[in-house]
Every structure is written in structure tokens, then in C-alpha cells.
Ligand binder design. Sequence first.
Ligand code: KG4
Length: 340
Amino acid sequence: MSILIIGIESSCDDTSAAIVKDDILLSNVVASQAIHEAYGGVVPELASRAHQQNIVPVVHEALKRAKVKKEELSAVAFTRGPGLIGSLLVGVSFAKGFARSLGIPMIEVNHLKAHVLAHFIKEEGEDRKLLPTFPFLCLLVSGGNSQIILVKGYDDMDVVGQTIDDAAGEAIDKCSKIMGLGYPGGPIIDCLARQGNPNAFAFSKPQVPELDYSFSGLKTSFLYSVRKWVKNEPNFIEHHKADLAASLEAAVTDILMNKLTKAAKQYKIKEIAVAGGVSANTGLRNAFHEYAAKYDWRIFIPKFSFTTDNAAMVAITGYFKYQKKDFCSMELPAYSRTIL
Ligand code: KG4
């Protein structure tokens, strides 16, 4: 008999619900919160309130699009953490009430692992998809995380490198803010970078040991450089925004790919995946293709809709855990800290 899982995601500023039938995605509904644009970043309290407004209609729509009745569901998978605690509480509380009312089990999902497992989502009607095989390496880059993950199984992952300060997405968003651009900065920087010269400006790149990352130095170097240039030429940003964006994107990509190449060599792995919001970035995607050709990597780059926060990745993770009857207690609290 088929397994029908609903996934609930509310870890940051996207409220999402998705339904999978076994490993096939039937629906994935995401309500993004435009309210944060006015503040240049996610305002936690506003995010929680927006999740409260969105969660019921989003779940309703996911069931409708999947043509599934709630009584047919086998289990409720939900993001337990890490993320903004107030945001998580909305999804976790909803999941508990929903599962209890239907008398079905709950499956807790780690947001970071779900990003990695997004590579296993199959869509209806999709031809046989090439899936990563274990062990593989996954570069997880988002607004909150920059990690290299050694993926040994669906539920067996080790973080082998990570940022010691800012995440890559956070640094891009902050540099975009310095340039007076909108929020989130990632997509805007990406768009501008396509018209700019990546070698126009050089920003300092950190020297961090082993496989760890640092992006705060790059952000500071960007800030001080731009301040200096604006002092000499008040319209500097306006005149050079494409070159600034391209140079910033090139620096971030270079830092990310350097450590990833080091990890691939160290672990002798040629199956390399990328996940998280920043994996939507064109420069990073292009670099993946270049490195694949250069180092004979087999690369896995998710569809745009599965790079940013979505419940499809939560539902598919739920499917894998359901098979092992890996259910959780209704008493579990949400957690905000990063644990894998
Ligand atoms: O995974 P995600 O949706 O949320 C979490 O942080 O959990 O990632 C959001 C991050 C933001 O920093 C956003 O600016 C960045 O992903 N991002 C991009 C692009 N699209 C989103 N960064 C660079 N280029 C993009 N095209």
C-alpha cells in the first residue's frame, strides 16, 4: 500500500506544505513572506505571525493540489529545527494538532538534512532520475548555514566543514544591503552579476584551517572598500553595481569551491551535490559545471524550487523515516540551534 506523507516547513520566512505518495511529490505549496522586504531582513516576530496566518490555507491547498483527503494521510513530517524558534513553533504546534486529530504518527525532520535529501525528490511524470549514491558530499549553502556534509545514508550525515561566523547567503545579503539593494540580496546580486566583470574588484579572502569557512572578513572588506570608493566618488555604487555584484559573487564562489575541492580530495569522493538557497546562484551553478569537467565529478544541482525552503524536502525525508518507523513523541519541542 502507498504511503502518503504531509511535510510541514516553517523554520524561517516561508510557510510550506507538501504531499508525497511514497517518493513521488504530489504537491508543494510555498507562501513566502514579503513583509520582511521593508526591513532588509527577516523580523522573527513578524515571521511567526505570518506563519500563523498562512499555515492552514497552505496545508489546505497542498491537500487540494495533491487530490488527497487528510484522512488518507499516513503520517505528518515536520521541521523541528534548526531555525527561528517562533517560526518553528507554529509549524510544530500545527503538526502536533493535525497528527493528533487524525490519529497518525509524527516524524521530526532536521531542516539541514532535509535540504540534503531534496536531491531525492521525484516529481510526478518525471523520467527515471539520476540520484546521488552514498557516500556523497553536499555543499549546503543558505542564509543561515554554509557547510560541507559527508552524506553516508539517508539519516547518516557528518558535517566535515562549516562556517565559523557568517553564512554565505548572510554575507551576500549584507553586502547587498551595503549597496542599498533590496532584500533578500542573493537573487538581486545574481541578476546584477550577469552584467558585470568578476575581476573588477578584489576583496580579501579568509584563510581558515581545514574545511571550515569564514565570510565575515569578506563582508567587512566589502564594506570598507565600498566606503572608501564612495568617499572619492559619491555615485560609485550606482556606476559600478554590476561589477561589484560580479566580484562579490566570484569571491564567495571561489571560497566555497576551494574548500569543497579540498573535501572531495580528502574523502576521495566524486559525487558532489549542492543544496540550500544560495545554490540557486548562477555563478555557483556554473562553477559546479566547470569543476565537474575539471575533476571528473558527478554533480547534483537541485531544481530552483527545491533549493530554497520548501516542504517537499521535509515530506521526502518523512518518507524515508516512515519506512524505518522512525516516529517521534508528540511532546518533542522545537529547537533553534544547528545540530545534525
Ligand atoms: O535556504 P534558504 O531559502 O533559507 C535559509 O537560509 O534557510 O536560503 C536563503 C538565502 C538568502 O541568503 C538568499 O539571499 C540566498 O539564499 N539566495 C541566493 C540566491 N537565491 C537565494 N544567493 C545567491 N544567488 C541567488 N540566486
